[in-house]
Design a protein around this ligand. Structure first.
Ligand SMILES: [Zn+2]
Length: 198
């Protein structure tokens, strides 16, 4: 958890649940539920399940007062803008068209509360962890350079997050929020929800 995150946590509760671990089948996972107070959005619930046997962990976030499918769009134009806080639930899709970045929900989806710079750092980590053929290495290096430049706000870009359940958001006064139509929401991937949050 990044230190700035602690300022929005109101309360944390730990307990044991009878839920079966999806990784090893062990019955009984530790549950950590935090109530959060998000700037501009109010109450949210962050739930993490941890398997005491194999260490598998999964988490999700639910924004209490936002239930409709949403899209947030934010234009990053200066160095300050990459500090904009992002809430991404496991059902959140992130797009940065200028950098060719698409993060969609999937079996290994992670929820997180971070800032735009943190999201770009995650993308860099993924790129660093992948293995590429000789022909692709140069393209990947080029992509990494672009992302680094974007992190320093050298390239303006658009950060978009969409969520069919309204559990993702960009917490910045200049982020534009739109409610998606049912058609638009139906086109989004939802991922595999392990936690019965809604
Ligand atoms: Zn396990």
């Amino acid at each position: 958890m990044d230190p700035s995150e602690s300022t929005i946590i109101k309360n944390t509760m730990e307990s044991m649940t009878p839920i079966e671990c999806p990784a090893c089948g062990h019955k009984g996972m530790k549950s950590i539920v935090s109530t959060l107070d998000l700037p501009m959005l109010g109450d949210a619930l962050e739930t993490t399940l941890i398997c005491p046997k194999c260490g598998f962990r999964t988490s999700d976030v639910m924004i209490t007062g936002q239930n409709e499918p949403v899209r947030y769009t934010f234009h990053v134009k200066g160095a300050e803008d990459v500090n904009a806080r992002v809430v991404r639930s496991t059902s959140g899709t992130i797009r940065i068209p200028e950098l060719g970045i698409l993060i969609e929900p999937g079996p290994a989806s992670e929820s997180f509360i971070s800032n735009i710079e943190g999201v770009l750092m995650r993308v860099m980590e993924v790129l660093q962890g992948l293995e590429f053929g000789e022909g692709e290495a140069a393209a990947v290096e080029g992509r990494k350079k672009e992302i680094e430049e974007a992190m320093n706000a050298g390239i303006p870009f658009t950060f978009i997050i969409e969520d069919p359940f309204g559990n993702s958001a960009i917490l910045h006064e200049h982020a534009k929020k739109e409610v998606l139509s049912q058609d638009e929401a139906a086109k989004l991937k939802t991922g595999e929800l392990i936690l019965p949050l809604k």
